[in-house]
Design a protein around this ligand. Structure first.
Ligand SMILES: [Zn+2]
Length: 274
């Protein structure tokens, strides 16, 4: 699923490929999908977007926002956009497809779920969209150690490390994917309660959040995710479903996988003791 590093990389690729191009064709809802979230009747998508020019593309946490004049088209984390060359036929299955006047475009086939929203005039009452716009990115200057402390304090002593970082939209775009390596690098068990962490642990966690995400972003996203061209990201995940059978790179112990708070957590029981 798209998280901060992948959203930034996709945003750059989409901006470079299509900015300034005029929309010639849009198809929404072609292949039924139980967890495709549209803001309007899919029959309205073509008239809302066709003839408009892509002015800019913004990365908003786990979202990618394409601005077509007054229409803001927003793709969420499960949407997996893929490039279409001018001579490529439309794929058989997709939940969204767009072509520009030169024939190039992209399509989305959703993974578990995904939002494909249109916000006229950039206005929305969608909670996730708004919270993403309101809160500072962990890659921004506004995301300071003091700001991180306010998140820790508001979460409360009984909150676990995973719940702190990846639930309640405290840090939009930091999800269950990037979480694993951040906690491994901090040597903190996902279920460890904040009351059992020292101030120095919070310092470390802050560094691992900001530096970890910067590293993943600089490498064009994680190797568990693919970019606009279907190419996996250059950041090699330490703990993920790709590496579950490998020993811990630090101590050689077996990595554990466990369902916890909506999604599996991966951890080394020796390096990240509870
Ligand atoms: Zn270990």
């Amino acid at each position: 699923m798209i998280e901060i590093p992948e959203s930034i990389n996709l945003t750059k690729q989409i901006a470079k490929e299509y900015t300034g191009k005029k929309v010639a064709k849009v198809v929404a809802g072609h292949t039924p999908h139980g967890f495709a979230f549209y803001t309007h009747d899919t029959n309205m998508y073509p008239e809302m977007l066709c003839g408009k020019t892509l002015d800019s593309v913004n990365s908003l946490a786990r979202l990618v926002e394409l601005v077509f004049g007054d229409m803001h088209f927003v793709m969420g984390d499960g949407t997996a956009p893929r490039y279409l060359s001018p001579d490529a036929l439309d794929p058989e299955k997709h939940q969204f497809l767009i072509r520009f006047e030169d024939g190039s475009g992209f399509y989305c086939t959703l993974r578990m779920y995904g939002e494909l929203s249109i916000y006229p005039f950039g206005e929305s009452d969608n909670f996730y969209y708004l919270v993403t716009k309101e809160k500072p990115s962990p890659l921004s200057k506004q995301f300071t150690r003091d700001y991180f402390q306010t998140i820790v304090d508001e979460a409360g002593a009984k909150t676990s490390a995973k719940a702190l970082l990846a639930t309640e939209q405290r840090i939009p775009g930091l999800g269950n994917g990037v979480l694993q390596d951040i906690l491994f690098n901090a040597r903190i068990h996902p279920q460890k309660k904040l009351q059992n962490l020292e101030d120095a642990d919070i310092d470390t966690l802050f560094s691992c959040v900001t530096e970890g995400l910067a590293d993943m972003t600089a490498k064009q996203g994680r190797d568990t995710e693919k970019d606009l061209y279907g190419v996996p990201g250059g950041y090699k995940t330490i703990l993920s479903n790709k590496t579950i059978s490998d020993p811990c790179p630090e101590c050689g112990s077996s990595i554990m996988r466990k369902a916890y708070l909506g999604g599996n957590v991966y951890f080394c029981p020796v390096c990240q003791p509870l």
